[in-house]
Ligand binder design. Structure first.
Ligand SMILES: Cc1cc2nc3c(=O)[nH]c(=O)nc-3n(C[C@H](O)[C@H](O)[C@H](O)COP(=O)(O)O)c2cc1C
Length: 198
């Protein structure tokens, strides 16, 4: 069983994010290989990054206790899913800040993205793929893009994300590939830890 952190990437009141979060949790409930825990950035109390030294020079230690708590939490997971709101063609500042507020704990773990917005969050997700690679993560190809039509269908017409079969298919493909990469990388991390990979 892989431990997956579901990072809720926006924090404003009335956020849309809660809809995909529930839909992801509903979908994953049928899977026995993924154990998903919500990491809501509203609850993490992360300061806006203001470290005097980069984690690269501190062995990954942060000076702010909230960031320390966050990075230790991140370290307990085998992989991640992030909900991705697109703000001005990029990711939200809170989500980027959350990535910056841990370092080595992200390494060698997969991440999948569930985006929404005019073009399904695609532009923000592309930014985040580069961020993830810099953090030595494996961003998986399969992503969910909740574009304008389903977004408005849910917000204005009372529809459900399940009313869009292509979204369900994309979500399930994301789960499947997150599990594949998660298992492969977990095994490799364990081999590295025991010296078997040397
Ligand atoms: C500051 C801001 C900037 C936005 N910029 C974009 C954008 O560039 N592209 C887009 O598709 N939607 C954009 N939107 C609309 C968001 O996709 C929409 O409000 C979405 O619900 C935001 O996610 P949230 O509700 O989880 O905060 C923007 C919204 C805000 C608040």
């Amino acid at each position: 069983m892989l431990k997956i952190g579901l990072i809720v990437g926006s924090t404003r009141p009335n956020r849309f994010a809660d809809i995909p979060v529930k839909w992801i949790l509903d979908g994953v409930a049928e899977r026995r290989n993924l154990d998903v825990e919500v990491l809501d950035l509203r609850d993490q109390d992360l300061p806006f990054y203001d470290e005097p030294m980069s984690a690269a020079y501190t062995g990954g230690v942060f000076s702010r206790p909230e960031a320390e708590a966050w990075r230790h939490k991140i370290g307990r997971f085998d992989g991640f899913i992030a909900t991705v709101a697109e703000y001005n063609h990029g990711p939200t500042a809170v989500l980027k800040n959350a990535f910056d507020s841990a370092a080595f704990e992200w390494n060698r773990k997969p991440i999948g993205f569930v985006g929404y917005g005019g073009v399904g969050g695609a532009r923000a997700i592309e930014h985040l793929r580069g961020v993830a690679i810099e953090l030595q993560m494996a961003p998986i190809k399969q992503e969910v893009n909740i574009a304008m039509e389903p977004y408005l269908g849910v917000v204005q017409q009372g529809r459900s994300l399940n009313d869009y079969p292509y979204l369900v298919q994309a979500r399930d493909g994301l789960f499947e590939n997150l599990a594949w990469w998660g298992q492969a990388l977990k095994a490799a991390r364990e081999d590295a830890a025991t010296g078997l990979a040397a």
